[in-house]
Write a protein that binds this ligand. Structure first.
Ligand code: SF4
Length: 273
């Protein structure tokens, strides 16, 4: 048999199904936010999100209904706290939700994850931690990490090179402040959380003239935003990692949501802090 023949006869390696190559279910149980809805944590290994950069992504989603149906009917309260004003069902502009998860790449990814949810391998947190050695993890590509047992996250980040994450429900699991930023929807809220020792990630709202709220002392502009000059991806920056991380500053970003853009029309949001 010559080389060409041998090459031709070599059996092809079977391709792994997409769901095996793309991620794993690492936790399933009842939501800590409402105490009754079945939810799951899926970790996907890679992302096409340019703002995030090369990070594995942890998603929390209901297992009993399509995530977009949940988002638009308000049934997402099992994974996103009712107090979060960015939930589309809380938005007063129909179809122009503030939350990035309701549209674009995140919405498409959520639909894709839900479609193959049953076919993802079930891996323990330790097995996923082994898979994430030297990688970076984004905790909460969609939904709030406080919806699941807080001791899951330290295991998942134990071997990573860094992580980012946010919660709107710090009072449910105060220990999460060590590894997550506390989301603040106003300057007053940010100051109150900071006074309790937390680092915050604050949305700076914009007035009718397109002028954003000023930065607070101890806050910096998120470098992946337009006003931050798109200088870094999250994977390069990694500042949003709670109080145990290397940084002590809090972060702020101007509201670039669909509803803000619609409200302001062509009065472009300022591109400087
Ligand atoms: S401050 Fe850094 S880690 Fe946090 S959102 Fe902005 S780019 Fe990402």
């Amino acid at each position: 048999m010559d080389r060409m023949e041998a090459k031709a006869k070599k059996p092809k390696k079977p391709k792994k199904p997409e769901e095996l190559r793309s991620g794993a279910v690492v936790w399933e149980g009842i939501s800590k936010l409402d105490g009754r809805t079945p939810i799951a944590v899926v970790v996907t290994w890679y992302t096409r999100n340019h703002g995030t950069g090369d990070m594995a992504q942890a998603w929390m989603l209901r297992t009993d209904m399509h995530p977009l149906d949940a988002i638009y009917t308000g049934a997402d309260r099992a994974v996103c706290p009712e107090s979060c004003p960015m939930r589309p069902s809380a938005s007063n502009v129909k179809g122009r939700a503030q939350c990035y998860a309701a549209t674009g790449l995140t919405a498409r990814s959520l639909g894709g994850i839900f479609k193959v949810l049953d076919r993802y391998p079930r891996l323990s947190p330790e097995m996923v931690a082994d898979r994430l050695v030297g990688r970076r993890l984004r905790i909460g590509a969609y939904a709030d990490p406080a919806a699941v047992p807080p001791d899951l996250w330290p295991v998942l980040i134990s071997k990573t090179r860094g992580h980012t994450g946010y919660t709107h429900k710090i009072d449910l699991a105060p220990s999460l402040g060590k590894i997550l930023m506390v989301s603040a929807d106003s300057a007053e809220q940010a100051l109150a959380f900071q006074a309790r020792g937390y680092r915050t990630y604050r949305t700076r709202h914009v007035d009718a003239n397109g002028v954003p709220e000023p930065l607070l002392r101890g806050e910096i502009v998120c470098p992946k935003t337009p006003e931050g000059g798109h200088r870094k991806t999250c994977a390069d920056c990694l500042l949003c990692d709670g109080t145990l991380g290397r940084s002590k500053v809090s972060i702020a970003a101007i509201d670039h949501s669909g509803s803000a853009r619609m409200r302001l029309g062509n009065r472009l949001l300022p591109m400087v802090a």
